[in-house]
Design a binder for this molecule. Sequence first.
Ligand SMILES: [Fe+2]
Ligand SMILES: [Fe+2]
Length: 399
Amino acid sequence: MGKERIGILGGAFDPIHQGHIQMAVSTLESCRLDRLYLIPSGEKTYKSSIVGKEDRWKMVVTACTQDQRLIPSRFEMDQDVPFYTVDTLLALKKKHPKADLFYIIGADGVLKLHRWHRLEEVLPLCTFLICPRAGDILLGDFNAEKARLTALGGKFTMIRMLPVPISSTEIRECLSQGLPTPNLYSPVREYCALKGLYGMPQREICPEEWIEKLFAALNPRRFAHSLSVANYACRLARIHGIDQRQAEQAGLLHDCAKCMPLKEMQRIAVQHSLTNDPTILSSNALMHSLVGAWVARNEYGMADPEVLEAIAYHNTGHAGMSRLAMCVCLADSIEPTRASYPQLEQVRVLSELSLERALLMSLEGTAAYVRSRGKYLHPRTQETIAWLKTLPEVRGHRK
Ligand SMILES: [Fe+2]
Ligand SMILES: [Fe+2]
Protein backbone atom coordinates (compact mmCIF):
# COMPACT_ATOMS: atom_id res chain seq x y z
CA MET A 1 0.00 0.00 0.00
CA GLY A 2 1.28 3.48 -0.93
CA LYS A 3 1.68 6.35 1.47
CA GLU A 4 -1.44 8.11 2.55
CA ARG A 5 -1.94 11.43 0.76
CA ILE A 6 -3.55 14.14 2.87
CA GLY A 7 -4.62 17.53 1.54
CA ILE A 8 -5.03 20.71 3.58
CA LEU A 9 -7.13 23.73 2.72
CA GLY A 10 -6.85 26.49 5.29
CA GLY A 11 -8.58 29.83 5.38
CA ALA A 12 -10.92 32.11 7.22
CA PHE A 13 -13.93 30.57 5.39
CA ASP A 14 -15.87 33.74 6.08
CA PRO A 15 -18.13 32.22 4.81
CA ILE A 16 -17.19 28.94 3.12
CA HIS A 17 -18.52 28.90 -0.48
CA GLN A 18 -18.74 26.49 -3.40
CA GLY A 19 -15.46 27.84 -4.81
CA HIS A 20 -13.68 26.37 -1.77
CA ILE A 21 -15.49 23.06 -2.25
CA GLN A 22 -14.67 23.06 -5.98
CA MET A 23 -10.97 23.62 -5.22
CA ALA A 24 -11.02 20.88 -2.60
CA VAL A 25 -12.77 18.30 -4.77
CA SER A 26 -10.63 19.10 -7.85
CA THR A 27 -7.43 18.57 -5.89
CA LEU A 28 -8.77 15.44 -4.20
CA GLU A 29 -9.39 13.94 -7.61
CA SER A 30 -6.51 15.24 -9.70
CA CYS A 31 -3.88 14.51 -7.03
CA ARG A 32 -5.46 11.26 -5.83
CA LEU A 33 -5.64 12.49 -2.25
CA ASP A 34 -7.16 10.13 0.28
CA ARG A 35 -8.77 12.92 2.26
CA LEU A 36 -8.65 16.62 2.72
CA TYR A 37 -8.76 18.68 5.91
CA LEU A 38 -10.52 22.02 5.80
CA ILE A 39 -9.01 24.07 8.58
CA PRO A 40 -10.76 27.32 9.52
CA SER A 41 -8.49 29.90 11.13
CA GLY A 42 -8.91 30.64 14.80
CA GLU A 43 -8.99 34.05 16.37
CA LYS A 44 -5.37 34.01 17.48
CA THR A 45 -3.89 34.21 13.98
CA TYR A 46 -3.02 36.92 11.51
CA LYS A 47 -6.13 36.07 9.44
CA SER A 48 -8.95 38.36 10.49
CA SER A 49 -12.59 37.41 10.08
CA ILE A 50 -15.95 39.16 10.14
CA VAL A 51 -17.85 36.35 11.83
CA GLY A 52 -16.77 34.48 14.96
CA LYS A 53 -14.99 31.15 14.73
CA GLU A 54 -17.88 29.01 16.02
CA ASP A 55 -20.26 30.25 13.31
CA ARG A 56 -17.58 29.77 10.64
CA TRP A 57 -16.97 26.27 12.01
CA LYS A 58 -20.62 25.25 11.79
CA MET A 59 -20.79 26.52 8.22
CA VAL A 60 -17.64 24.58 7.26
CA VAL A 61 -19.02 21.40 8.88
CA THR A 62 -22.27 21.91 6.97
CA ALA A 63 -20.55 22.50 3.62
CA CYS A 64 -18.26 19.46 4.08
CA THR A 65 -21.28 17.13 4.08
CA GLN A 66 -21.18 17.40 0.28
CA ASP A 67 -18.26 14.94 0.04
CA GLN A 68 -17.25 12.41 2.67
CA ARG A 69 -13.56 12.91 1.88
CA LEU A 70 -13.77 16.50 3.17
CA ILE A 71 -12.92 16.63 6.86
CA PRO A 72 -13.46 19.80 8.87
CA SER A 73 -10.73 20.30 11.45
CA ARG A 74 -10.53 22.48 14.57
CA PHE A 75 -6.73 22.29 14.53
CA GLU A 76 -6.23 26.05 14.37
CA MET A 77 -9.46 27.16 15.99
CA ASP A 78 -8.81 25.51 19.31
CA GLN A 79 -5.40 27.06 19.86
CA ASP A 80 -5.21 29.78 22.43
CA VAL A 81 -1.81 30.95 21.23
CA PRO A 82 -0.97 32.35 17.77
CA PHE A 83 -0.92 29.36 15.43
CA TYR A 84 0.59 29.42 11.97
CA THR A 85 0.55 27.10 8.97
CA VAL A 86 3.92 25.72 10.02
CA ASP A 87 2.45 24.71 13.37
CA THR A 88 -0.49 23.04 11.64
CA LEU A 89 1.81 21.10 9.31
CA LEU A 90 4.07 20.01 12.17
CA ALA A 91 1.05 18.87 14.18
CA LEU A 92 -0.35 16.96 11.18
CA LYS A 93 3.03 15.37 10.53
CA LYS A 94 3.08 14.18 14.13
CA LYS A 95 -0.42 12.79 13.83
CA HIS A 96 0.21 11.14 10.43
CA PRO A 97 3.99 10.47 10.39
CA LYS A 98 3.83 8.27 7.30
CA ALA A 99 1.58 10.49 5.19
CA ASP A 100 2.52 12.94 2.46
CA LEU A 101 0.98 16.37 3.04
CA PHE A 102 -0.36 18.64 0.28
CA TYR A 103 -1.21 22.25 0.97
CA ILE A 104 -3.64 23.99 -1.37
CA ILE A 105 -3.09 27.61 -2.32
CA GLY A 106 -4.27 29.91 -5.09
CA ALA A 107 -1.79 31.04 -7.76
CA ASP A 108 -1.69 34.49 -6.15
CA GLY A 109 -0.72 32.82 -2.88
CA VAL A 110 2.67 31.81 -4.31
CA LEU A 111 3.65 35.49 -4.47
CA LYS A 112 2.73 35.87 -0.79
CA LEU A 113 4.59 32.81 0.50
CA HIS A 114 7.71 34.85 1.32
CA ARG A 115 5.67 36.50 4.10
CA TRP A 116 4.77 33.20 5.75
CA HIS A 117 5.98 32.62 9.28
CA ARG A 118 9.03 30.22 9.32
CA LEU A 119 8.71 29.49 5.60
CA GLU A 120 12.03 27.59 5.60
CA GLU A 121 10.40 25.01 7.91
CA VAL A 122 7.20 24.89 5.86
CA LEU A 123 8.86 24.06 2.52
CA PRO A 124 10.10 20.55 3.34
CA LEU A 125 6.86 19.60 5.11
CA CYS A 126 4.46 19.65 2.18
CA THR A 127 3.87 19.91 -1.55
CA PHE A 128 1.97 23.02 -2.58
CA LEU A 129 -0.97 22.41 -4.89
CA ILE A 130 -1.55 25.56 -6.89
CA CYS A 131 -5.08 26.31 -8.07
CA PRO A 132 -5.58 28.88 -10.84
CA ARG A 133 -7.16 32.16 -9.78
CA ALA A 134 -9.56 34.31 -11.76
CA GLY A 135 -7.76 37.59 -10.98
CA ASP A 136 -4.64 38.86 -12.78
CA ILE A 137 -1.20 37.78 -11.69
CA LEU A 138 1.94 38.50 -13.63
CA LEU A 139 3.14 35.21 -15.09
CA GLY A 140 6.79 36.34 -15.07
CA ASP A 141 6.68 37.20 -11.36
CA PHE A 142 4.85 33.96 -10.59
CA ASN A 143 7.37 31.77 -12.45
CA ALA A 144 10.35 33.59 -10.96
CA GLU A 145 9.05 33.20 -7.40
CA LYS A 146 8.16 29.56 -7.95
CA ALA A 147 11.67 28.90 -9.29
CA ARG A 148 13.24 30.72 -6.33
CA LEU A 149 11.22 28.71 -3.81
CA THR A 150 11.88 25.45 -5.66
CA ALA A 151 15.60 26.12 -5.32
CA LEU A 152 15.02 26.46 -1.56
CA GLY A 153 13.38 23.01 -1.45
CA GLY A 154 9.76 23.94 -2.21
CA LYS A 155 7.63 21.45 -4.17
CA PHE A 156 4.80 22.71 -6.36
CA THR A 157 2.12 21.03 -8.48
CA MET A 158 -0.19 22.98 -10.74
CA ILE A 159 -3.84 21.85 -10.55
CA ARG A 160 -5.74 21.66 -13.81
CA MET A 161 -9.10 23.26 -13.22
CA LEU A 162 -11.03 26.29 -14.35
CA PRO A 163 -10.25 29.35 -12.23
CA VAL A 164 -12.78 29.85 -9.46
CA PRO A 165 -14.35 33.27 -9.95
CA ILE A 166 -15.87 33.43 -6.45
CA SER A 167 -14.75 35.22 -3.34
CA SER A 168 -16.08 35.39 0.19
CA THR A 169 -16.09 39.19 -0.12
CA GLU A 170 -18.55 39.04 -3.03
CA ILE A 171 -20.70 36.49 -1.21
CA ARG A 172 -20.84 38.77 1.85
CA GLU A 173 -21.88 41.71 -0.31
CA CYS A 174 -24.67 39.67 -1.93
CA LEU A 175 -25.92 38.49 1.46
CA SER A 176 -25.97 42.00 2.89
CA GLN A 177 -28.02 43.21 -0.08
CA GLY A 178 -30.40 40.23 -0.08
CA LEU A 179 -29.19 39.12 -3.53
CA PRO A 180 -29.12 35.47 -4.69
CA THR A 181 -25.96 33.52 -3.89
CA PRO A 182 -25.80 30.54 -6.27
CA ASN A 183 -22.24 29.83 -5.12
CA LEU A 184 -23.20 29.41 -1.49
CA TYR A 185 -24.37 25.95 -0.41
CA SER A 186 -28.08 26.44 0.35
CA PRO A 187 -27.93 25.12 3.95
CA VAL A 188 -25.06 27.54 4.61
CA ARG A 189 -27.15 30.42 3.28
CA GLU A 190 -30.02 29.35 5.53
CA TYR A 191 -27.61 29.32 8.48
CA CYS A 192 -26.57 32.90 7.67
CA ALA A 193 -30.22 33.94 7.33
CA LEU A 194 -31.32 32.36 10.61
CA LYS A 195 -28.46 33.95 12.50
CA GLY A 196 -28.53 37.28 10.66
CA LEU A 197 -24.87 37.02 9.62
CA TYR A 198 -23.07 39.34 7.18
CA GLY A 199 -25.71 42.04 7.37
CA MET A 200 -28.64 39.78 6.51
CA PRO A 201 -31.72 40.98 8.35
CA GLN A 202 -32.42 38.58 11.22
CA ARG A 203 -35.94 37.25 10.83
CA GLU A 204 -36.39 35.95 14.36
CA ILE A 205 -37.57 32.55 13.24
CA CYS A 206 -35.97 30.85 16.19
CA PRO A 207 -34.01 31.57 19.33
CA GLU A 208 -30.25 31.38 18.80
CA GLU A 209 -29.97 28.34 21.08
CA TRP A 210 -32.08 26.21 18.70
CA ILE A 211 -29.26 26.24 16.19
CA GLU A 212 -26.70 25.33 18.86
CA LYS A 213 -28.89 22.55 20.21
CA LEU A 214 -29.59 21.12 16.76
CA PHE A 215 -25.92 21.24 15.83
CA ALA A 216 -25.08 19.30 19.00
CA ALA A 217 -27.97 16.82 18.65
CA LEU A 218 -27.67 15.95 14.95
CA ASN A 219 -24.91 14.57 12.78
CA PRO A 220 -23.58 17.03 10.18
CA ARG A 221 -25.62 15.63 7.28
CA ARG A 222 -28.84 15.77 9.30
CA PHE A 223 -28.00 19.32 10.42
CA ALA A 224 -27.47 20.41 6.79
CA HIS A 225 -30.69 18.63 5.77
CA SER A 226 -32.66 20.36 8.55
CA LEU A 227 -31.46 23.80 7.41
CA SER A 228 -32.38 22.90 3.87
CA VAL A 229 -35.86 21.64 4.82
CA ALA A 230 -36.46 24.88 6.76
CA ASN A 231 -35.54 26.89 3.69
CA TYR A 232 -37.56 24.78 1.26
CA ALA A 233 -40.65 24.58 3.49
CA CYS A 234 -40.55 28.38 3.76
CA ARG A 235 -40.33 28.64 -0.03
CA LEU A 236 -43.32 26.32 -0.54
CA ALA A 237 -45.28 28.25 2.10
CA ARG A 238 -44.57 31.52 0.26
CA ILE A 239 -45.76 30.06 -3.06
CA HIS A 240 -48.96 28.63 -1.57
CA GLY A 241 -49.90 31.46 0.79
CA ILE A 242 -49.14 29.61 4.03
CA ASP A 243 -47.46 31.07 7.12
CA GLN A 244 -43.75 31.10 6.23
CA ARG A 245 -42.55 31.48 9.79
CA GLN A 246 -44.36 28.33 10.95
CA ALA A 247 -43.12 26.42 7.92
CA GLU A 248 -39.51 27.42 8.54
CA GLN A 249 -39.74 26.59 12.25
CA ALA A 250 -41.28 23.18 11.60
CA GLY A 251 -38.75 22.46 8.85
CA LEU A 252 -35.87 23.33 11.13
CA LEU A 253 -37.09 21.14 14.00
CA HIS A 254 -38.69 18.29 12.05
CA ASP A 255 -35.77 15.86 12.58
CA CYS A 256 -34.66 17.13 16.00
CA ALA A 257 -34.95 13.59 17.45
CA LYS A 258 -33.59 11.75 14.40
CA CYS A 259 -30.13 11.04 15.83
CA MET A 260 -31.40 9.99 19.26
CA PRO A 261 -30.79 6.29 20.10
CA LEU A 262 -33.96 4.20 19.63
CA LYS A 263 -33.89 3.16 23.30
CA GLU A 264 -34.03 6.79 24.39
CA MET A 265 -36.93 7.47 22.01
CA GLN A 266 -38.75 4.41 23.37
CA ARG A 267 -38.20 5.63 26.94
CA ILE A 268 -39.72 9.04 26.09
CA ALA A 269 -42.61 7.48 24.18
CA VAL A 270 -43.54 5.09 26.99
CA GLN A 271 -43.00 7.56 29.81
CA HIS A 272 -45.16 10.21 28.16
CA SER A 273 -47.73 7.83 26.63
CA LEU A 274 -47.02 8.96 23.06
CA THR A 275 -47.84 5.54 21.59
CA ASN A 276 -48.19 1.89 22.53
CA ASP A 277 -48.12 0.63 18.95
CA PRO A 278 -45.30 -1.97 18.95
CA THR A 279 -44.61 -1.40 15.24
CA ILE A 280 -44.00 2.29 15.80
CA LEU A 281 -42.03 1.65 18.99
CA SER A 282 -39.60 -0.62 17.18
CA SER A 283 -38.95 1.68 14.22
CA ASN A 284 -36.48 4.55 14.31
CA ALA A 285 -38.04 5.91 11.11
CA LEU A 286 -41.52 6.05 12.65
CA MET A 287 -40.49 7.06 16.16
CA HIS A 288 -38.36 10.08 15.35
CA SER A 289 -41.27 12.18 14.11
CA LEU A 290 -43.53 11.37 17.05
CA VAL A 291 -40.79 11.84 19.64
CA GLY A 292 -39.51 14.82 17.61
CA ALA A 293 -42.73 16.70 18.28
CA TRP A 294 -42.37 15.96 22.01
CA VAL A 295 -38.72 17.11 21.99
CA ALA A 296 -39.64 20.25 20.04
CA ARG A 297 -42.26 21.10 22.64
CA ASN A 298 -40.34 20.19 25.76
CA GLU A 299 -36.73 20.87 24.89
CA TYR A 300 -37.03 23.67 22.34
CA GLY A 301 -40.09 25.34 23.85
CA MET A 302 -42.17 25.12 20.66
CA ALA A 303 -45.79 25.56 21.79
CA ASP A 304 -47.53 26.13 18.43
CA PRO A 305 -49.80 23.08 17.87
CA GLU A 306 -49.76 23.53 14.09
CA VAL A 307 -45.97 23.42 14.01
CA LEU A 308 -45.98 20.38 16.32
CA GLU A 309 -48.47 18.61 14.05
CA ALA A 310 -46.23 19.23 11.04
CA ILE A 311 -43.27 17.72 12.91
CA ALA A 312 -45.21 14.72 14.24
CA TYR A 313 -46.45 13.66 10.80
CA HIS A 314 -43.61 14.80 8.53
CA ASN A 315 -42.86 11.29 7.29
CA THR A 316 -46.24 9.61 6.95
CA GLY A 317 -48.68 12.51 6.76
CA HIS A 318 -52.19 11.79 8.06
CA ALA A 319 -55.73 12.03 6.75
CA GLY A 320 -56.90 15.62 7.24
CA MET A 321 -53.38 17.02 7.63
CA SER A 322 -52.92 20.79 7.32
CA ARG A 323 -51.36 22.45 4.30
CA LEU A 324 -48.56 23.62 6.60
CA ALA A 325 -47.82 19.95 7.38
CA MET A 326 -47.88 19.23 3.63
CA CYS A 327 -45.20 21.89 3.04
CA VAL A 328 -42.91 20.28 5.63
CA CYS A 329 -43.58 16.71 4.47
CA LEU A 330 -42.82 17.69 0.87
CA ALA A 331 -39.80 19.85 1.71
CA ASP A 332 -38.38 16.87 3.61
CA SER A 333 -38.45 14.75 0.48
CA ILE A 334 -37.44 17.26 -2.20
CA GLU A 335 -35.03 19.78 -0.61
CA PRO A 336 -31.91 20.31 -2.74
CA THR A 337 -29.43 18.26 -0.67
CA ARG A 338 -31.55 15.10 -1.09
CA ALA A 339 -29.97 12.28 -3.08
CA SER A 340 -31.74 11.80 -6.38
CA TYR A 341 -34.55 9.25 -6.68
CA PRO A 342 -37.11 8.45 -9.41
CA GLN A 343 -39.71 11.22 -9.77
CA LEU A 344 -37.75 13.70 -7.62
CA GLU A 345 -37.78 16.35 -10.34
CA GLN A 346 -41.45 15.71 -11.15
CA VAL A 347 -42.43 16.13 -7.50
CA ARG A 348 -40.37 19.34 -7.30
CA VAL A 349 -42.12 20.83 -10.32
CA LEU A 350 -45.53 19.71 -9.14
CA SER A 351 -44.93 21.11 -5.63
CA GLU A 352 -45.00 24.61 -7.09
CA LEU A 353 -48.43 23.99 -8.62
CA SER A 354 -50.26 21.88 -6.07
CA LEU A 355 -49.21 20.70 -2.61
CA GLU A 356 -51.84 17.97 -2.61
CA ARG A 357 -50.89 16.46 -5.96
CA ALA A 358 -47.17 16.71 -5.26
CA LEU A 359 -47.57 15.07 -1.84
CA LEU A 360 -49.64 12.28 -3.35
CA MET A 361 -46.96 11.60 -5.96
CA SER A 362 -44.25 11.71 -3.31
CA LEU A 363 -46.05 9.34 -0.89
CA GLU A 364 -46.99 6.92 -3.68
CA GLY A 365 -43.32 6.85 -4.66
CA THR A 366 -42.34 6.15 -1.04
CA ALA A 367 -44.95 3.40 -0.75
CA ALA A 368 -43.77 1.72 -3.96
CA TYR A 369 -40.14 1.93 -2.82
CA VAL A 370 -40.88 0.55 0.65
CA ARG A 371 -42.89 -2.36 -0.78
CA SER A 372 -40.26 -3.14 -3.41
CA ARG A 373 -37.68 -3.51 -0.62
CA GLY A 374 -40.00 -5.80 1.34
CA LYS A 375 -40.12 -3.28 4.19
CA TYR A 376 -43.03 -2.33 6.39
CA LEU A 377 -45.26 0.49 5.17
CA HIS A 378 -47.05 2.19 8.04
CA PRO A 379 -50.85 2.13 7.50
CA ARG A 380 -50.94 5.90 8.11
CA THR A 381 -49.04 6.47 4.86
CA GLN A 382 -51.66 4.44 3.02
CA GLU A 383 -54.45 6.34 4.77
CA THR A 384 -52.88 9.66 3.77
CA ILE A 385 -52.66 8.49 0.14
CA ALA A 386 -56.32 7.40 0.19
CA TRP A 387 -57.38 10.71 1.76
CA LEU A 388 -55.39 12.82 -0.72
CA LYS A 389 -57.17 11.04 -3.58
CA THR A 390 -60.53 12.27 -2.25
CA LEU A 391 -59.54 15.94 -2.37
CA PRO A 392 -61.05 18.09 -5.15
CA GLU A 393 -57.58 19.43 -6.12
CA VAL A 394 -56.49 15.87 -6.83
CA ARG A 395 -59.71 14.42 -8.24
CA GLY A 396 -60.01 17.24 -10.73
CA HIS A 397 -56.69 16.20 -12.26
CA ARG A 398 -57.31 12.47 -12.24
CA LYS A 399 -60.38 12.40 -14.45
FE1 LIG B 1 -37.51 12.71 9.34
FE1 LIG C 1 -35.92 14.91 7.32
